[in-house]
Ligand binder design. Structure first.
Ligand code: HEM
Length: 438
C-alpha cells in the first residue's frame, strides 16, 4: 500500500482476495447404508469465498478525510501476500446540515418526506445503557444524547435509539427526525445496581449476628480470626451478571446488524458507566468467565463490522460529586479520607465491658460477639502490620522472663501521658522501679 497517501482519504473498496486460497475444504456428510441397498454417494457441500470487502477510511494527520484517491493508491496484503483488487469505489458521504430556526437554533424538521433522493448519509445507533447508568445521572445522559442529535445529525443521516434493557416502548428505529429520536431519549431512566462493595457491606451488617466466631479475636491467640472472616458475597451477583450479559449481548447484536450495512460511515454511541462486574474474581462471581467471553465476542463483532464505537460516561460529563458512599448512615464524599481510630474503638462499651478501667484479666475470657475490627492494634487489610506475630511472641516472652523475677512500679512523680503516632506511645517513656521478687 502506498503509505504516504494512506495518511488521508475516504474510500470504501471491495477486493478479490485470492479465491483459490480462500476456498475451504468441502464438507462431506456421511450417509448410513442399510444392508442390501445401493450405496448412496456422499453428499458434498462446497463453499467458496469469491471476494472480501474491505472498508478503508483515510484521514490526514489533522483527522480530515482525504478525498480523490484511486485504486492505484491502495495495495492489499493477506498474510504478507499481495491480493488482486478487482473492484474499487469511493464512498463520499456528504454531511448535509439541518436547517435551523433563526430564533432558538433548534433544527427545522420538514414535515413532508420523499424517497426521490436515495439515502446517502451516516448511520448512528445511540445505545443508552440503562443497566449501567445510575438513576441520578439519567439527566446527564439525556442531555448529552440530545446535544448529539441537535448538533451532529445531518439532514441525510439516520439514527436509532436503543435501550440496553430492551425497552421497546422507549426505543426508536432508524429515522432522521430529531423529534422522534429526542422523544425516545427522554424516556431514558438509569437503573444501575448499587455498587458491589456497598451491597456486601450491608450484607455484612445484616448477617453479623448469624456468623459464628471460629476462634478468639481478642488478641490472645495472635490470630485475630473470627467468624467475620467468612466470605461475604454480593447478594446481587446474579442480577449484576444478567445486566452485564444483556448489555454485551445487545452490543454484539447491534454490531452484527451494522456489519450487514455496506459502504456507509456507521457508529455506535454508547452511553454507559461501564460494565459493572468483577471479572477477575472468578471464584465468587459465577458469571465472570461468561462475561469475559461475551466481551470478546462483542469486540470481535464490532471490529468485523467496521463500526466505530464511541463511549460516553455520564459521570465524566460533570464531575463525580454525586458518587458518594454511605457508611453506617454517614455520607462519605468521594476523595475524602476515612480514619478508623483504634483509641476510640478500643474504648467502645459495646465491645469492651467497663472500657475505661485497666482490667488485663478481660483478655483471659473470650468475647465471641466482638467483631473483627473492634480490636485492631496492628491495623488491618492490605497494610496490616507484618510484625504482628513476632510482636505477640516477643511481648509474651519478655513479660514472662521479666515478670518471673521482677516487679515493676512507676517511678514516683513520673508523668504518664500518651503520644498518638501510628501506634499510641508513652510521651515521656515509662520510668519504672524494678524490685526483685522474693
Ligand atoms: C506491639 C507491637 C506492634 C504494633 C502495635 C504494631 C502496629 C502496627 C500498625 C498499627 C501498623 C499500620 C497498619 C496499617 O497501616 O493499617 C503497622 C505497620 C507495620 N508494622 Fe507494626 N506493629 C508492631 C510491631 C511490629 C514489629 C515487631 C514489626 C517488624 C518486625 C513491625 C513491622 C511493621 C511494618 C513493616 C509495617 C508496615 C506494613 C505496610 O504498610 O505494608 N511491626 N504496625
Amino acid at each position: 500500500m502506498k503509505r504516504a497517501l494512506l495518511t488521508g482519504v475516504l474510500a470504501a473498496a471491495a477486493f478479490v482476495a485470492g479465491a483459490a486460497a480462500q476456498t475451504p475444504p468441502a464438507a462431506t456428510a456421511r450417509v448410513q447404508v442399510e444392508p442390501g441397498t445401493q450405496p448412496v454417494p456422499p453428499v458434498t457441500f462446497r463453499a467458496e469465498i469469491d471476494y472480501v470487502e474491505v472498508d478503508a477510511v483515510v484521514t490526514d494527520e489533522r483527522g480530515n478525510l482525504v478525498k480523490g484517491l484511486t485504486q492505484e493508491d491502495f495495495d492489499i496484503y493477506e498474510d504478507g501476500k499481495p491480493q488482486k483488487v478487482s473492484f474499487f469505489s469511493q464512498v463520499v458521504i456528504p454531511v448535509e446540515k439541518l436547517e435551523r430556526f433563526m430564533t432558538d437554533g433548534k433544527p427545522l424538521v420538514p414535515d413532508v418526506r420523499s424517497n426521490a433522493q436515495p439515502f446517502s448519509g451516516r448511520i448512528y445507533v445511540l445505545l443508552l445503557d440503562d443497566y449501567h447508568v445510575g438513576a441520578i445521572r439519567s439527566a446527564q445522559v439525556k442531555k448529552a444524547a440530545h446535544a448529539f442529535i441537535d448538533k451532529y445529525l445531518g439532514a441525510n443521516d439516520v439514527a436509532a435509539v436503543i435501550h440496553a434493557s430492551g425497552r421497546l416502548d422507549a426505543s426508536q428505529e432508524f429515522t432522521n427526525d430529531p423529534r422522534l429520536l429526542n422523544a425516545a431519549i427522554d424516556k431514558f431512566i438509569g437503573q444501575k445496581l448499587r455498587s458491589r462493595t456497598l451491597e456486601r457491606l450491608d450484607e455484612y451488617n445484616r448477617t453479623s449476628d448469624l456468623r459464628q466466631p471460629t476462634s478468639s479475636n481478642d488478641g490472645t491467640t495472635g490470630q485475630g480470626v473470627t467468624g467475620a472472616d467468612q466470605k461475604i458475597l454480593d447478594p446481587l451477583d446474579a442480577e449484576r451478571g444478567y445486566y452485564a450479559r444483556a448489555t454485551l449481548g445487545t452490543l454484539r447484536n447491534l454490531a452484527d446488524f451494522m456489519g450487514s450495512i455496506r459502504g456507509r460511515r456507521k457508529a455506535i454511541l454508547m452511553f454507559s458507566e461501564g460494565i459493572d462486574y468483577p471479572i477477575y474474581d472468578v471464584f465468587d462471581s459465577r458469571d465472570a468467565s461468561t462475561i469475559v467471553s461475551d466481551t470478546r465476542d462483542a469486540i470481535a463483532a464490532a471490529s468485523k463490522a467496521n463500526v466505530n464505537f464511541y463511549t460516553i460516561d455520564p459521570r465524566g460529563l460533570h464531575g463525580m460529586g454525586d458518587e458518594n458512599m454511605e457508611l453506617g448512615g454517614f455520607p462519605v464524599p468521594k476523595g475524602k479520607v476515612v480514619l478508623m481510630s483504634p483509641y476510640v474503638t478500643h474504648r467502645d462499651a459495646r465491645w469492651f465491658r467497663e472500657p475505661l478501667n485497666f482490667q488485663p484479666e478481660r483478655w483471659l475470657t473470650e468475647e465471641p460477639a466482638r467483631p473483627k475490627f473492634a480490636y485492631f492494634p496492628f491495623g488491618g487489610g492490605a497494610r496490616v502490620c507484618i510484625g504482628e506475630r513476632f510482636a505477640w511472641m516477643e511481648g509474651v516472652l519478655l513479660l514472662a522472663a521479666l515478670g518471673q523475677k521482677w516487679t515493676l512500679d512507676l517511678a514516683p512523680g513520673h508523668p504518664v501521658a500518651t503520644r498518638a503516632l501510628i501506634t499510641l506511645r508513652p510521651r515521656h517513656g515509662m520510668r519504672m522501679v524494678a524490685s526483685r521478687r522474693t
